[in-house]
Design a protein around this ligand. Sequence first.
Ligand code: 6PG
Length: 471
Amino acid sequence: MTQANMGLIGTGTMGSALALNIAENGYDVAVWNLELSAVDALIASAGDLAQRLVRCDKIVNLVHNLAAPRAIILLVPAGKAVDRCIDELLPLLTPGDTIIDGGNSDFRDTIKRTKRLEEVGLAYLGIGVSGGAEGARRGPSMMAGGTSANYAAVEPILAAIAAKYNGDPCVAHLGPDGAGHFVKTVHNGIEYADMQMIAEVYGLLRDGEGLSAGEGASFFDRWNHGVLESYLIGVTAEVLATKDPQTGAEIVDLIIDKAGQKGTGRWTVIEAIRMGQSASIIEAAVGARVLSSEKTTREIAAPLLVPAGIDTMVTFSEQDLESALIVGRVLAYAQGFRILNAASEEFNWELDFARIAEIWRAGCIIRSAMLDDIADAFRTDLPNGRLVLSEHFIEVLSQNVAGLRRVVAAAALRGLPVPALAAALSWFDTLRQARGTTDLIQAQRDFFGAHSFQRVDVAGYHHGPWDVDKT
Ligand code: 6PG
């Protein structure tokens, strides 16, 4: 029987693409899927690579087609399906074997699963795989969590199949157990924020400037040759320029404006808030998707909630829109890295932020030209690890924030929603406010709850001279 180099369970879109990528890099892959027809479809479409794919009709045969110590990667939906695979594999594996979860799993599940497997002498790696189907096929970015030794055992295969940035494989061992999946979750949070801000600018072009999708496409196309150069801006230009083959209409105009989500953006926000971190741009992006699903409510509200104070003379300049997206992107990355920093401290992961930025430079959904500068900033001059305070980004922000300010103000005057861009601007303005307004909140808390406050002039905790009627 052929002894494959790796086992792969789950031949859906991502799994099939990854299997072909592994095969193309010279490794034999034993493949199994609950619906066997998906394995057959993969092999039928694999061309010459089919000879490197070992069709397994049962999970037990997948295990038998691998020489110990085995490495089996799961590309199944996050949640119960992962546990089902582990349950089935456990009695078949022998100590030293490794199960790799390549899905978008909740890092807390990954921590639990790692413990469960280690107790029986098995290894577990939680690897966030980014790049969609094309990335999986041509080279994804991969964020790995687990022990160094277990990672080292599969590193050659991962490095071979990873996207390369100037020859550097976009894969890294980032920390123990849940670290990789946590970093992938935050990657997705940033992805949500970037997508939302792009969608807001598309809305300003469409509803503010009256441009067609095709006309909007050319803006994104131009921006993709500057500071904003990135996968998501490129995708936007391409999507907006695409016509529906059946009707000839611009395809985006035929798509219902209700956004789906599988959970990673929401998890980012939940974890950020739990750790006392502000993730306002990501939060706005998650909230915007949620509200987008209330299509019926919006349709009912549209004629009823008439906007007062609209100034139809206000317009949006191309340069300001570009600046708005630049500042929004810098700040969304900054929020993401602050969440990573908080988690690194809480879980003792010692995350290498520069390396994370480096492995996001190719293959993943949030890859962008800016990540090279982010990696440099983390390697050189970061006061308190805060991206916005690096020399380079202080300069980028000061050059572009006026554009963001004009865009948010103009959007408000036109009655057009820009929740993520507005959150970005408020976050920026809050950060640069050495004296904020929570002195009042402290006073209010003390007034009704005797919570006490600190004074600027006398050390210790104090109460105000409130005249509160306690009767
Ligand atoms: C990636 C993507 C990918 C997918 C997510 C988000 O990095 O390749 O993040 O993992 O897009 O599942 O999906 P939702 O938008 O459905 O949450």
